[in-house]
Design a binder for this molecule. Structure first.
Ligand SMILES: *Cc1c(COP(=O)(O)O)cnc(C)c1O
Length: 422
């Protein structure tokens, strides 16, 4: 359910016409719906309202501080993977006690920041990281609460670039080394063992890999407790898929996921932690773009639009599908055309869709990419010196620019021609 609907033949974000945002802010632009963020967060968190659980939204999916503040107001925590994301979460009002820190390459500086803030838990991914954290905590006279991210060696299906829970992936402690790692952690003076963590991948479209993972981790928790460790939390990570409007399998609904998880973890006596990203933010945003040229080569019809792979890289990076729709609803006798929808960047990979059926369009017509609220703006770059795409948050009849479009001067300001060249 998303709040991007047609009224009188025009697409709105909640109560604001997208054409108004295009006129006032310009294109390309990401447009987010507050109500959709809220709805998706609640759909997920409500399932777990009767058990001990923390929902820590995965900040990397959409890290704008206005988005984080929207979620923080509802009681949502944050899963961060860098010092920068930690500052974002704190700035947005997420209490440190609801922040978990994931990632394979935490630096000593990032550990210091997180210890100073007093975050809930570090999800530690290797023994060198464990030693580094012990040393940093020692210097600060603190004890660092940790879970190991264990690699359960479960294949989650989906695209290989977003699969993380197989033995050959770079993530986590190898399954057969987990107990050794916990024994070492327990022997370190500035480490406090508190839980177990997994994250097996993204855009997962069935419950089975989650169920197998929970089974394996449940057994591990039993063995760890037998060895004398206190295991208070089980972080199941994120990864639940969402429908993108293509012909792929529809992922399970959060309520089915929740029912399975609650059933599978009953009796484990742990606080559950979740790190949903895409599930919360994916459908909450669209990328709004304008046609620059409609170009017919005789072989293909191209729609050359003002958004490009630097604004939304998922199609180029993961062969991802995004539903594309004209912002003005076509009349009843419209002519449908098959378009290759491409951006202006000088790469053949700058192709959003091939042979996509759309109403016939011309220069200045507006279109949207649906389900662009996750891994859209967050992965944008300034490749081809295209200014970073702005972001807008709609709330009912109001909207606010929550990230401005930089000017070319803004971009060049951070660069310098050395003295020896002038
Ligand atoms: C990316 C990531 C998530 C979120 O994944 P989604 O597929 O967006 O739910 C959660 N936890 C970790 C550790 C991640 O790297």
């Amino acid at each position: 359910m998303r709040h991007f609907d047609f009224r009188n033949g025009e697409m709105y974000a909640e109560d604001v016409p997208l054409s108004q945002i295009a006129r006032e802010v310009g294109t390309p632009v990401y447009v987010y719906s507050s109500a959709t963020f809220e709805r998706h967060y609640k759909v997920f968190s409500d399932v777990f309202s009767d058990v001990d659980a923390l929902v820590a939204y995965s900040v990397k999916a959409n890290s704008n501080i206005a988005v984080l503040a929207t979620l923080a107001k509802l009681g949502c925590g944050a899963d961060v993977v860098s010092g920068g994301e930690l500052v974002r979460a704190l700035t947005a009002g997420v209490p440190a006690s609801k922040i978990v820190f994931s990632g394979v390459g935490k630096t000593a500086e990032e550990m210091r920041m997180a210890l100073k803030a007093g975050i809930r838990i570090f999800n530690v991914e290797s023994l060198p990281e464990l030693h580094a954290l012990n040393a940093v905590a020692g210097e600060m006279g603190k004890s660092a609460p940790i879970a190991f991210r264990v690699n359960p060696d479960v294949s989650a299906g989906g695209h290989e670039k977003i699969s993380t829970g197989k033995a050959e992936n770079k993530f986590g402690i190898a399954w057969h080394k987990a107990e050794e790692a916990y024994a070492l952690a327990a022997s370190l003076p500035h480490i406090s063992v508190e839980g177990v963590d997994v994250h097996i991948g993204s855009q997962i479209d069935s419950l089975d890999p989650f169920a197998r993972t929970i089974d394996k981790i449940g057994e591990l928790i039993g063995r760890l407790r037998q060895a004398g460790h206190t295991i208070k939390s089980f972080d199941i990570g994120g990864g639940l898929g969402i429908p993108y409007g293509d012909n792929q399998k529809i992922p399970p609904h959060p309520s089915e996921y929740g029912a399975m998880v609650k059933d599978a973890t009953r009796g484990l006596d742990v606080e559950l932690i979740f790190e949903p990203g895409r599930m919360v933010s994916g459908n909450s945003g669209v990328l709004l773009s304008k046609v620059i040229y409609a170009k017919e080569t005789g072989t293909r019809n191209f729609l050359i639009i003002d958004a490009a792979m630097n604004d939304l890289i998922r199609p180029a990076l993961y062969d991802a599908y995004h539903d594309i729709e004209a912002v003005t609803a076509p009349g009843s006798n419209f002519e449908e055309t098959e378009y290759d929808v491409v951006g202006p960047v000088c790469e053949t990979g700058d192709t959003f869709a091939r042979g996509r059926a759309l109403p016939r369009m011309q220069a200045d017509d507006l279109l949207v990419f649906h389900t662009a609220g996750a891994y859209g703006a967050a992965q944008a770059s300034q490749y081809n010196t295209r200014p970073l795409v702005p972001e807008v948050l709609v709330n009912g009849e109001r909207y606010e620019v929550i990230r401005e479009r930089p000017s070319i001067e803004d971009i060049l300001k951070t660069e310098k021609i050395p003295d020896w060249l002038s």
